[in-house]
Design a binder for this molecule. Structure first.
Ligand code: ZN
Length: 403
């Protein structure tokens, strides 16, 4: 029987060399194949090799580099509302307090998300997913965290479910009720108790709980109490860790066996070493450092120590209005010290690991999901060198060509 789709005579296939996750030195290699054919059946890759493949539909790969679809394991979709005013204020060196007084900061997005209809949030978020897909992103994690009360947190999680079922991009939902404390609560503890009371209602909506662990928001002890409750209920946990200050989030992630610790800009050497010896994915979000004009996480050091490193966009309306994987990879290479190969592994197989999808996504290998980016180039290294050109010739998602 002919295959459903075949890509023939591919100039270059560049894929993570083995099943994920990859750690330390393993991250520095990609498996490179030339003049190969790929067959796709039932949304999966059914053949990679040099034999001719009979298929119902063909794509000529002779001018193409093919890589796995990008897995963006940290975004704050769904949301609505622009915070461009705040961005301009920050560029003109207005203080955080000035921005808050002018109605900016996370609270402005919370206000927008609370008052917006589900239809409007859905429509805007579908637009983001369209744009991301056209840039080769085939799987996206999205978080609640702009509701910050029971009704609106559940609204966001249900919207993430709806996005996943409507849009071809796979959307993985995470509960980030513990994102910030709004003025209606007396203390962080009171707020976290309320969010923890929601855990039973999250079953069927998400299996992962995230927290913004930061001195002055939810400190290490508060985060530990909260995430222990989540673990007791059977949830996987992850953390926004050591972003603005060394707050203990990275260490706590290792202690709790978190699936990932994200940001890590301010993590100290002891934390980086602990992470490197653990199964917790260290997720770098260099777009945020760039957008806020802040230091970058020590990606080079983490890999040299042997960590499982992923990269993601952190796409959100306040601290990183960027979702372009080519630009994020450029930043990871140019500012965090990763090699091109490490950055591609970090945005595919290792970011899939951060979502516990490493057996299905992030590689071009028989049995994996047929999610691929077709790039107009002679060599995969163009991804970094020519990041500002639109190199994407096509995107295959679940075996269907969508661009
Ligand atoms: Zn985030």
């Amino acid at each position: 029987m002919p295959s459903e789709l075949a890509i023939l005579n591919i100039r270059q296939v560049a894929s993570p060399p083995k099943a994920g996750p990859l750690r330390g030195k393993e991250m520095s290699f990609l498996e490179i194949k030339h003049d190969v054919n790929i067959a796709i059946d039932g949304g999966k890759i059914s053949y990679v090799g040099q034999e001719y493949v009979k298929a119902d539909q063909y794509i000529d790969g002779s001018q193409l580099v093919v890589i796995p679809g990008f897995v963006d394991c940290h975004t704050h979709i769904p949301f609505v509302g622009s915070r461009s005013d705040e961005f301009i204020m920050r560029l003109s060196r207005k203080s955080y307090m000035d921005i808050m007084k002018a109605g900016g900061g996370i609270r402005s997005t919370v206000k927008e998300v609370r008052k917006a209809s589900a239809t409007r949030i859905l429509a805007e978020s579908l637009g983001f997913l369209d744009s991301m897909l056209s840039l080769g992103v085939t799987t996206v994690e999205g978080k609640s965290g702009y509701g910050l009360d029971r009704e609106n947190e559940l609204k966001q999680l249900k919207l993430l479910r709806a996005l996943d079922s409507i849009h071809p991009v796979d959307v993985v939902p995470t509960f980030l009720g513990a994102h910030a404390v709004t003025e209606e609560y007396r203390s962080a503890e009171e707020f976290l108790d309320l969010m923890a009371e929601m855990f039973d209602d999250l079953v069927g909506l998400t299996d992962t709980i995230d927290i913004f662990c930061e001195n002055g928001v939810f400190d290490e002890d508060q985060s530990r109490q909260y995430l222990m409750k989540a673990k007791k209920k059977g949830f996987k946990v992850k953390l926004h860790a050591d972003e603005l200050s060394a707050s203990g989030g990275g260490k706590l992630a290792v202690e709790l066996g978190a699936i990932s610790a994200d940001h890590l800009i301010s993590a100290d050497d002891e934390t980086l070493t602990l992470l490197a010896e653990s199964e917790t994915v260290a997720t770098l979000l260099p777009g945020t450092s760039f957008f806020l004009n802040e230091p970058f996480a020590k990606g080079r050091k983490l890999i040299d120590l042997g960590a499982i490193v992923a990269i993601a966009s952190d796409f959100n309306p306040g601290s990183c209005n960027i979702f372009d994987p080519f630009f994020i990879i450029f930043l990871a290479v140019a500012r965090c010290g990763l090699s091109v190969e490490e950055a591609i592994n970090a945005y595919t197989v290792n970011s899939a690991k951060a979502l516990c999808l490493e057996n299905e996504k992030g590689r071009i290998e028989v049995g994996y999901d047929a999610d691929m980016v077709l790039i107009r180039a002679e060599d995969y290294r163009e991804i970094v060198y020519s990041f500002s050109r639109d190199l994407v010739e096509g995107v295959i998602k679940n075996g269907k060509r969508l661009r």
